[in-house]
Design a protein. Structure first.
Length: 159
């Protein structure tokens, strides 16, 4: 399948999901409904997969939504920034391997990098920044960022 942009080398070895930090991997089956009229994955699907991968990464580390609420009093980890670099197309029937890693931990936010690949071919690199947040008990309703607890910080950093 041709590259979307010939300047993007889909076998690029600079994998943003390598390095220290909490990491995970999961398969993604591309279904017919994931594709657009040209037969390739419709770009918003990648953002939905990034979101699902982040939640799977947290759940797999014992930080599912119920735990975040009960143990830490969080509303959740809302997304404040997302980006993607589309490297090559994927289509119906492909099984992508999604690799995710917590790449940065700030005071109250963390960044997860994602790489979806098909064999040795990179399809998309993505990044999400999320905030550790609780209800602000205000009107209109809003969220307030909280410091990430030390035990979670250590887990995120792979310590």
């Amino acid at each position: 399948m041709p590259l979307l942009d010939p300047s993007n080398d889909p076998s690029d070895a600079s994998d943003p999901t390598l390095g220290p930090g909490l990491r995970g991997e999961r398969p993604i089956e591309v279904s017919w409904g994931d594709c657009d009229a040209s037969g390739i994955v419709f770009y918003p699907r990648y953002y939905a997969w990034f979101d699902a991968c982040t939640h799977a990464l947290l759940s797999g580390a014992g930080l599912g939504h119920a735990v975040l609420r009960a143990r830490y009093g969080l509303t959740g980890t809302p997304l404040v920034q997302a980006s993607a670099r589309f490297r090559s197309p994927a289509t119906y029937g492909d099984t992508l391997v999604a690799s995710s890693r917590v790449a940065r931990v700030g005071r109250s936010s963390f960044t997860v990098t994602h790489r979806l690949a098909l064999g040795g071919r990179v399809v998309v690199d993505g990044e999400e920044t999320r905030v550790w947040a609780e209800d602000a008990a205000s009107s209109p309703p809003s969220l307030r960022a909280l410091p990430i607890p030390d035990d979670v910080r250590a887990l995120f950093l792979g310590e």
